[in-house]
Design a binder for this molecule. Structure first.
Ligand code: AMP
Length: 408
């Protein structure tokens, strides 16, 4: 049996029609929902939409996800659902490649356990082992650590694996790159057989696949990377713009590009509504779709878009994600997306035409958002081309720094 046979490839849409998916649809309990509300996570990110419902079934799962996609909460929330908060023993173990990452996981777990606090501790090298042992003696329910120190503490009889219900390998590819494979294998061999194993990795090279095959039981796969392949058929541009000139830029871009059909993405529902109001004054072929609109209205907008009566559709990520209309020639990211995976999903709405025409995607970027653009470029493994609309100054030139005259 090859590696593929050992895993059940599944859809990446997160099951239910994505546009309606909220955290409560994912199967999380009341306590997690209150914690999410408290930390201010409004909607699940793509990896969370896909991964959480699968992990909550108790099956082993692998998820391909990069840092910055919300992957930590994607495995922390299922851990919090799986463990018994009243039981003081160690029930979940998260292995991470670096101290920094282990610290981040610990913080996220504590934040998300806000309504039902649990004891989380970090076990990483080059930190006081006696202190770590004292923490373990007091009782740690979720242990997070680097493989070397975790194995060491287990060898010495302080970190007990007998009661583990969930084991997570976070950034598995990086852990193997660093050379942690022997420790990881040792640790997994010592864990109870009936545990759940979750594996997160930015890439799934053969070494990771082998590990999954050996130590996971028929894992369910969440693979959002297939979408990345599709983005090759799309020309991707960015436009530098001042926030107050975005609308002007959009109007000129549209009149210059003359799209057959276009989706303009905003980050928020309010942003979508306000853009819609600015447009629809004079135009009947503009529509809007976001999660606050009644289902009937959203369906009507989608139907009119499909039939070509609407040529410009303004949408939020959640609403726009499920749209599959083959005549979409252009995507405009009026607001840069919050998550890289949303970028892939947004631009993946175009480039689906049966003709040879390539889809065109434009991302508006303010000068403060340079880092966000870079992160997208890393995700799609491609530099976006700068695009300027002729004869439109989308951003003000900054006046040169005044020179200070000094007296010698
Ligand atoms: P991660 O990819 O897990 O490192 O997460 C990146 C950042 O996104 C962290 O600061 C998280 O707290 C934050 N985050 C994760 N999920 C969400 C969400 N659904 N909504 C808003 N922020 C989130």
């Amino acid at each position: 049996m090859n590696d593929q046979d050992n895993t059940a490839a599944t859809d990446t849409s997160g099951g239910k029609e994505a546009e309606a998916v909220t955290f409560s649809d994912l199967g999380l309990g009341e306590s997690s929902l209150r914690a999410l509300d408290h930390v201010g996570f409004e909607n699940p990110s793509p990896i969370q939409r896909s991964f959480i419902p699968k992990a909550l079934t108790g099956r082993d799962c692998t998820g391909q996800a990069h840092t910055g996609t919300g992957k930590t909460a994607a495995f922390v929330l299922p851990i919090l659902e799986a463990i018994d908060h009243d039981l003081g023993v160690t029930q979940a173990l998260v292995l991470a490649p670096t101290r920094e990452l282990a610290d981040q996981v610990k913080c996220e777990a504590e934040r998300l356990a806000y309504t039902s606090p649990i004891r989380v501790a970090c076990f990483v090298g080059q930190r006081d082992m006696d202190r770590q042992i004292r923490q373990l003696e007091r009782g740690v329910q979720v242990a997070v650590g680097t493989p070397g120190r975790v194995k060491d503490l287990n060898n010495r009889g302080h970190l007990i694996f007998d009661n583990l219900r969930v084991v997570v390998l976070d950034e598995a590819d990086r852990m193997l790159d660093i050379g942690f494979e022997p420790e990881i294998r040792d640790i997994l061999r010592r864990c109870p057989n009936n545990r759940q194993t979750l594996l997160l990795s930015a890439t799934l090279p053969p070494s990771v696949e082998r590990l999954a095959k050996k130590y996971m039981s028929n894992p369910d796969r969440v693979d959002l990377s297939g979408d990345a392949v599709a983005v090759d058929s799309i020309d991707q541009f960015f436009c530098t713009v001042d926030p107050d000139r975005k609308f002007g830029l959009l109007v000129r871009l549209l009149s210059e590009q003359k799209p057959t059909q276009v989706i303009v993405f905003t980050r928020t529902k309010r942003g979508a509504d306000s853009l819609y109001r600015r447009f629809s004054g004079g135009l009947s072929n503009v529509g809007v779709m976001h999660g606050d609109l009644p289902q009937s209205k959203r369906e009507r907008a989608l139907k009119r878009f499909r039939e070509g009566q609407i040529r410009l559709l303004i949408a939020t990520d959640v609403a726009g994600r499920g749209i599959d209309v083959s005549t979409i020639s252009h995507i405009v990211n009026y607001d840069i997306p919050e998550y890289h995976d949303d970028y892939i999903h947004r631009i993946g709405r175009t480039g689906r035409m049966t003709s040879d025409a390539k889809g065109q995607a434009f991302t508006f970027v303010t000068r403060e958002q340079g880092d966000e653009l870079t992160r997208i470029e890393i995700r799609v493994n491609k530099e976006l081309t700068e695009y300027t609309v002729p004869e439109y100054e989308a951003y003000r030139q900054r006046s040169p720094r005044p020179t200070v005259n000094t007296v010698a």
